[in-house]
Design a protein around this ligand. Structure first.
Ligand code: SAH
Length: 450
């Protein structure tokens, strides 16, 4: 079993904020910091053009009136808001962004290949976007998780949550002493090695693995990448969450290998499963199923389209010594399987719907809405009176409000009255920056039918 090295992980109780800040010396020049070598001795007060081939006159000038979102500290600059890009900057360069009158707004990473043409690193003109900047942001993210005591019930944790941790495009998940890094923007791509060095320095993991192979990279004009960045990947990576052990396939599993965001929701489900017939749709490696079984569910039927995920799920069940006679695993398309269960007149007391992202952006919202409505309608029909439905959407393109409307429509068409008993979100290691509502991608409703 892969165990977390307590002496090296940043958010263990024995290691306070100051500890990591001291270990990552601020102001040091990183070897990979070639783009900023001309700034080594620059006082922090002096604004600089910080990176790459961006020339002194490089910069982004916005159209009149298009500075509003930046003034509200939203970190994205869409191509349509840009009047002019001066100089000949490369993708990933840090540029100053100015309003139509020439006033400084932000330092942002430029990407000519994306609809999101720039992502803000800093709103402070006097801040240099250099290695020290990344040290500071990484240290802050680690310190927040420590201060919020997030390691108390799991050795798996999102350490860096991109825009919401002030690091657009950078995701870092921890599984014991393995870190998995996912890079989704040209800016984060530019600083990848510096960030890996910092993480190595402050977390001392056995391995930093890069899973930069999500579909969204193509939208940024970035090639997929998957492989070890630092150290050696152990044969078995495992996360221990609320006492339950889950194998994590870092190299080939979905996302970075595990769905850390559902940790608290899985725990809640476990507390409500006693003596219930449970249906877990889109079960992946058995997260909700194992909690339900430990919570003394009468039976748990788990469905997923991925045979490999189900093999890991069955192994997880065995590794936790749970009663396999109460568990049934089905490799199937949920849309089809729900219809079959309806036709068989099967009934359940608790149903979980945790589908993949149907709408990566708002452009897919309508099609996604049909998908959500379909599975929720079928699930309502499969519930016994008094039954519970835990239904989720992780689509960035579907707002919380819209999701609730879709589910309400599904209940209406299914002919059931239902109450919302919990509004559900991602766990606290996935914080949402107040000025960046897009960070709240995961929303869920726990409903009780009358
Ligand atoms: N609840 C899980 C995470 C679910 S992720 C957890 O707590 O770990 C979504 C899952 O849906 C993935 O495992 C994926 O394989 C599966 N999936 C995607 N489309 C599917 C479909 N049409 N039918 C069944 N499973 C599907």
């Amino acid at each position: 079993m892969t165990r977390q090295k307590s002496s090296s992980t940043p958010h263990r109780p024995s290691q306070g904020n100051r500890d990591f800040r001291n270990r990552i010396q601020r102001g040091g020049q990183s070897p990979g910091d070639k783009n900023n070598s001309d700034q080594k001795n620059t006082p922090r007060g002096a604004p600089q053009i910080p990176t790459g081939s961006a020339t002194a006159q490089s910069g982004i000038l916005l159209k009149a009136g298009r500075e509003k979102s930046l003034l509200r500290r939203h970190p994205w600059i869409f191509s349509g808001a840009i009047e002019r890009v001066d100089g000949a900057p490369d993708s990933g360069d840090t540029l100053p962004v100015r309003d139509a009158a020439g006033n400084f707004l932000a330092w942002a990473a430029y990407n000519p290949d994306s609809q999101i043409s720039a992502r803000v690193w800093s709103f402070s003109e006097t801040e240099n976007v250099d290695a020290e900047f990344f040290r500071g942001r990484i240290a802050d993210a680690l310190a927040a998780r420590h201060e919020l005591n997030l390691a108390r019930n799991s050795n798996g944790m999102r350490l860096i949550h991109a825009e919401s941790d002030g690091l657009p495009g950078l995701i870092v998940d921890q599984y014991g002493d393995v870190l998995v890094m996912q890079i989704g923007s040209a800016g984060a791509e530019r600083w990848r090695d510096i960030c890996a060095d910092m993480l190595q320095e402050c977390c001392k993991p056995a391995c930093i693995y890069e899973r930069s192979d999500s579909d969204s990279r193509a939208l940024e004009g970035l090639e997929p990448r998957n492989g070890v960045l630092r150290g050696t990947l152990p044969d078995n990576v495992e996360v221990v969450e609320n006492g339950l052990r889950f194998r994590v396939d870092v190299a080939a599993g979905q996302k970075t290998g595990f769905y850390l965001d559902q940790r608290d929701n899985r725990a809640l489900t476990g507390t409500l499963a006693h003596d219930k017939d449970v249906l877990n749709c889109f079960c992946y490696t058995g997260g909700f199923s194992l909690y339900a079984l430990r919570g003394a569910a009468k039976s748990v039927l788990s469905i997923d389209a991925s045979g490999e995920a189900l093999r890991i799920a069955a192994a997880n069940l065995a590794n936790n010594g749970l009663d396999s006679s109460r568990a049934e695993w089905l490799e199937a398309d949920v849309f089809q399987a729900l219809r079959t269960l309806r036709d068989q007149n099967r009934k359940f007391d608790l149903i979980i719907l945790d589908p993949p992202k149907f709408a990566p952006t708002a452009a897919f919202a309508e099609k996604a809405a049909r998908g959500y409505k379909d599975i929720n309608l079928l699930a309502f029909k499969l519930l016994r009176p008094g039954g519970l439905l835990f239904t989720y959407s992780c689509s960035g393109g579907i707002s919380e409000d819209l999701f609730q409307k879709i589910v309400a429509g599904a209940a209406l068409d299914a002919g059931v009255d239902a109450q919302i008993v919990h509004y559900l979100h991602a766990s606290a290691d996935h914080p949402v920056l107040l000025s960046f509502p897009e960070g709240a991608y995961l929303k869920g409703l726990a409903l009780r039918v009358a």
